[in-house]
Write a protein that binds this ligand. Structure first.
Ligand code: GDP
Ligand code: IMO
Ligand code: MG
Length: 430
């Protein structure tokens, strides 16, 4: 059963979009199974950049069916805009390219308003969310009062659910957060308009579609959003997102069983970045980090925020490999490290005077960890035109080999630029 899960092995923005776009040339289906429009997945084809928030990164391949599964929180306003932009540029030609699960959770403007109001109220303690309403939408799901995508097509159900939601949300917005409430009638009107636009993509049971595809030996890619260290259960809580971002979530979010999975591909940069608050032991809050930020264009694809940058953290990566069951790795953005005299990789932490090599799951402990580094010689050459792994400069090869041997997982892909063609294959994935 050729089913492959692609997950972020760090704090997000590892380059999942690029990898999924490249693999999609061979995939029959690409499934987004968690997260929402907090994701920003960048695809660069022949110099043209496309940033996707909700639509799976297989969409530029017209023969590939893209699925938004039940585990996603679906910002229907953003999705309408995203579809319309893709249609305008001619990148999406056929409505059959996209299927949306009736069971996906609908995210509406009040979720965004609540997210932003909460962050404002938290002040310095804020999580640094994307402000896209992700937390409040997943809360509704867990509280069993979410509006599901299928509800959008039954006016009475939708009206009743919206009225009930706004009763509570408006109370919070107005009385607690002192912001503007929403009007039921106008929200009903715009919601129906968005529903009409999205009705072409409606699929009652995407789990069944995926199941049948796998049974027929079709190639299915599961596209993770965010990164392992942002996982609600196993990440740097509370500085995490509100969904499970690890490989197990692909099964839960799309409704399939674990025995169908062939590989779990972890995506990592050759260094580390993080957006928002929370511990980051190998962060370089100095000219080194600034240089990575500029060279790697480390500004958020969703919010434009500056990403925090630092050296590769092998302790955290080993943890990600463990909690995801990662079988193969893609090493991204190695081109960004050209020109450094020396490079570092964190191989252990010092915690309260002790050297540890296992990632501490307590965020309090992680916040006190100091990185222990191994140092490498850098290289001067530009890597962006390199076409084969053997043509990488000697010190770049040594760096890649060191990472592979430390992590004891094969590195199947090395990426030397944002473009589809700037991808060095060690081994085809499917
Ligand atoms: P995602 O959220 O994991 O899909 O990653 P993002 O798209 O948010 O961020 C990754 C950024 O790095 C995007 O701007 C990509 O175009 C870019 N990118 C991906 N791979 C490479 C690479 O190998 N080298 C360089 N320089 N940029 C890359
Ligand atoms: P992709 O899929 C990087 C971070 C936010 C914040 C925390 C919680 O592009 O890798 P949320 O809005 O989810 O409640 O924010 O999670 N975050 C991401 N960081 N890449 C992402 O997605 C992210 N999605 C959320 O910055 O720290
Ligand atoms: Mg991103």
């Amino acid at each position: 059963m050729p089913a492959i899960i692609v997950v972020g092995a760090q704090w997000g923005d590892e380059g999942k979009g690029k990898v999924v776009d490249v693999f999609s040339a061979q995939a029959d289906y690409v499934v987004r199974y968690q997260g929402g429009a907090n994701a920003g997945h960048t695809l660069v084809v022949e110099g043209k950049k496309t940033i996707l928030h909700l639509i799976p990164s297989g969409i530029l391949h017209p023969e590939t069916t893209c699925i938004i599964a039940a585990g996603v929180v679906l910002d229907i306003e953003t999705l309408c805009k995203e579809i319309s932009a893709l249609k305008t540029t001619g990148l999406m030609q056929n409505p059959k390219q996209l299927l949306i699960s009736d069971s996906a959770t609908v995210l509406l403007p009040y979720h965004r308003q609540l997210d932003q109001a909460r962050e404002k109220a938290l002040g310095h303690e804020k999580i640094g969310t994307t402000g896209k309403g992700i937390g409040p939408a997943y809360e509704d799901r867990a509280a069993r009062k979410a509006i599901l995508f299928g509800d959008l097509f039954n006016k009475e159900t939708l009206k009743a659910k919206l009225e009930s939601a706004l009763k509570e949300k408006n109370f919070l917005l107005e009385k607690y957060y002192k912001t503007e409430p929403l009007n039921v009638d106008s929200l009903m009107k715009t919601t129906l308009k968005w529903a009409e636009e999205l009705s072409h993509y409606r699929c009652r049971d995407t789990s069944l579609v995926v199941h049948k595809a796998l049974k027929a030996s079709k190639k299915v890619l599961f596209e993770g959003a965010q990164g392992s260290l942002l996982d609600i259960m196993h990440g740097t809580y509370p500085f995490v997102t509100s969904s499970s971002t690890i490989a197990g979530s692909a099964l839960v979010g799309s409704g399939i069983g674990p025995s169908t999975i062939q590989k779990v591909v972890g995506i990592t940069k050759a260094y580390t970045t993080r957006v928002g608050s929370g511990p980051f032991p190998s962060e370089c809050d100095d000219e080194v980090g600034e240089r990575m930020r500029q060279a790697g264009n480390e500004f958020g694809s969703t919010t434009g925020r500056s990403r925090r940058c630092g050296w590769l953290d092998l302790v955290a990566l080993k943890y990600a490999i463990r909690i995801n069951g990662i079988t193969n790795l893609a090493l991204m953005k190695i081109d960004v490290l050209s020109g450094f005299d020396e490079l570092k990789a964190c191989t252990a932490y010092e915690l309260d005077g002790q050297i540890i090599t296992e990632y501490p799951v307590s965020p309090g402990d992680l916040a006190r960890c100091k990185p222990v580094y191994e140092t490498f010689r850098g290289w001067k050459e530009d890597l962006t035109q390199v076409k084969a792994l053997k043509d990488l400069p000697r010190y770049a090869q040594e760096y890649v080999n060191f990472i592979g041997s430390q992590l004891a997982v094969p590195i199947d892909v090395v990426s030397v630029g944002p473009g589809r063609d700037q991808t060095l294959w060690v081994k085809p994935l499917f």
